[in-house]
Design a protein around this ligand. Structure first.
Ligand SMILES: Cc1cc2nc3c(=O)[nH]c(=O)nc-3n(C[C@H](O)[C@H](O)[C@H](O)COP(=O)(O)O)c2cc1C
Length: 355
């Protein structure tokens, strides 16, 4: 059985739903070429940060010094941005070189949270050849004086500004930490976005007591993390008109099949490609084809969204019922009585039924 992997993402026609999300791998031409040779559907370049476009180096230094007065080794928070994405101007060259070297769409990434003149850089990215822009709204809401409504309004203003600056497709990469994510997603669409990328993965730093410092800890993901984007893609499919991309926890063809079944247009990968190399994409594609063929799906179009919440009249009720079922499954599988040890890893309860 031939399986048709073609998909549409942000209005771009892709040969495969397997997309390389931003990482050092997409920051190098060699990595990009290897990804394309392995069959990637599109690539997203590493982010260029708002801070790189709004602060000159002196300003950034001042910021680092001020912070370090309070936090000792706080400068370790800040990545060496120039080393990572080579700075705003060389970034444009990277877009141009990537476009010249690849046949698949090249998506540039801007990482920022406040509206401002820096947004105009999106035009230069477009002019350099970017097929689309991904805006990463990576932030941790730490200010107790700023409420959710104010923050969301700020993000929406930023999306509106970016939409006004360029007409190429625009995706927004979100965190899962919104009180009413479905509502915010609808407003992101109304502000002009063409796609949602779910979700940013938060790197939680650790404390080093000996050096009294904060230690950045980058731990690559596992398939276990898939379930958060999986749930939200299933919820949002059919409720928003934009493309949906899953990121966080896609490691295998089965993982990719799951997010497509939930309603994603594409399955994005970083950790698995950093761990096993870009050629791992071939394995994942072969697995995806096999999973689809075994279940008689002959195209991504047919697969997409067939296990979403779309057909469900009461998704919130479904979520509560599933929650209760999950809690009850422990006791029913283990017959736990007080003081008795239980199997620490029970089999999961069964999920929802496909349409
Ligand atoms: C080393 C590294 C660098 C990354 N750089 C970026 C970046 O510049 N911009 C961005 O939006 N995401 C970045 N990410 C996040 C990934 O694109 C991806 O969303 C995340 O790793 C979750 O996907 P995964 O489970 O497949 O790794 C980076 C991840 C890693 C591990």
């Amino acid at each position: 059985m031939t399986v048709d992997l073609r998909t549409d993402y942000l209005g771009l026609a892709l040969r495969s739903p397997l997309v390389a999300s931003p990482s050092p791998l997409t920051g190098e031409l060699d990595g990009l070429r290897r990804l394309e040779a392995a069959g990637v559907g599109a690539v997203v370049l590493p982010s260029l940060f708002e801070e790189q476009l709004t602060h000159d180096q002196l300003e950034l230094d001042r910021l680092l010094e001020t912070t370090s007065e309070h936090y000792g080794e706080a400068t370790s928070y800040f990545p060496d941005l120039e080393d990572y994405n080579t700075g705003p101007w060389t970034y444009l060259d990277h877009i141009g070189q990537a476009k010249a070297a690849l046949g698949v769409p090249v998506i540039a990434s801007l990482n920022g949270i406040t509206p401002g003149g820096w947004v105009g850089h999106a035009k230069r990215m477009r002019d350099a050849g970017a097929d689309a822009i991904e805006l990463n709204l990576y932030t941790v809401a730490t200010d107790p004086r700023v409420g959710a409504a104010e923050l969301e309004a700020r993000y929406l203003d930023l999306i509106t500004d970016l939409r006004a600056a360029v007409s190429i497709p625009l995706a927004v990469k979100l965190s899962p930490f919104f009180t009413a994510l479905a509502n915010f997603a609808v407003r992101v669409e109304a502000a002009g976005a063409d796609g949602l990328v779910l979700f940013n993965r938060f790197y939680q730093p650790d404390l080093d007591l000996d050096n009294r410092s904060v230690t950045p800890r980058l731990v690559l993901s596992t398939s276990e993390e898939l379930r958060l984007p999986l749930r939200w893609i299933a919820i949002l499919f059919g409720r928003v008109g934009v493309s949906l991309a899953a990121t966080s926890g896609v490691h295998t063809g089965l993982d990719a099949a799951k997010v497509l079944l939930a309603g994603a247009n594409v399955a994005m990968m970083t950790s698995a490609l950093l761990r096993h190399g870009p050629e791992h994409l071939q394995t994942v594609e072969a697995e995806l084809r096999a999973v689809m063929a075994e279940r008689d799906y002959d195209s991504v179009a047919q697969l997409r969204g067939s296990m979403s919440h779309d057909a469900m009249p009461d998704p919130a009720g479904f979520e509560r019922a599933n929650y209760m079922r999950t809690l009850m499954s422990w006791a029913s599988q283990h017959q736990v009585s007080p003081g008795q040890a239980a199997d620490p890893d029970p089999a999961p309860p069964t999920g929802q039924t496909a349409r």
